[in-house]
Design a protein around this ligand. Structure first.
Ligand code: RP5
Length: 165
């Protein structure tokens, strides 16, 4: 199976990025974690992106906050799918990173998830890998069914409490 790379701009991004790592581990998808910054270590970020396909990665998740150019800078240097996670910041609540990540020019796509949306970034990566992996596709079906059951159980509890049924 191909690997997923989780790249983040700073170690201060780890609390969110770790949620993507945990979700990938749940699906037994192999991954690597790296801290490369589009601004502070641009050469390392570029080098990683350039070699990612030959190093057997299938998807790159890029998480960054503030003027978040990491996902775009990675995408500029690879044709692997790049999933961008805009991270919440103190001053602008993540809207800065959201706009920096989502507003890519035509030709260099970044699939941007919600602010701090690490779980969806991981799930989207699993879905991409599952295009060529039936076992992974079945795991996704099972996961979705289990999530649905959880919500239905919450609904049943709320109905029992408030609707006298
Ligand atoms: C971004 O700047 C990083 O992705 C991080 O979210 C933000 C702040 O970084 P630190 O100053 O906490 O290292 O590049």
């Amino acid at each position: 199976m191909k690997k997923v790379a989780i790249i983040m701009g700073s170690d201060s991004d780890l609390p969110v990025a770790e949620k993507a790592a945990a979700k990938l581990a749940e699906f037994a998808v192999p991954f690597e974690v790296h801290i490369f910054s589009a601004h502070r270590t641009p050469d390392e970020a570029r080098q990683f992106a350039r070699c990612a396909r030959e190093r057997d990665f299938g998807v790159i998740i890029a998480a960054a906050g503030m003027a978040a150019h990491l996902a775009g800078a990675i995408a500029a240097n690879t044709t692997l799918p790049v999933v961008g996670i805009p991270l919440k910041s103190k001053s602008l609540d993540g809207v800065d990173a959201l706009l920096s990540t989502v507003q890519m020019p035509s030709g260099i796509p970044v699939a941007t998830v919600a602010i701090d949306g690490a779980v969806n970034a991981a799930l989207l990566s699993v879905e991409i890998l599952a295009l060529s992996d039936e076992t992974l596709a079945r795991k996704l079906d099972d996961y979705r069914a289990a999530e649905t059951e959880k919500v239905l159980a919450k609904n049943a509890a709320a109905e029992a409490r408030f609707n006298n049924i």
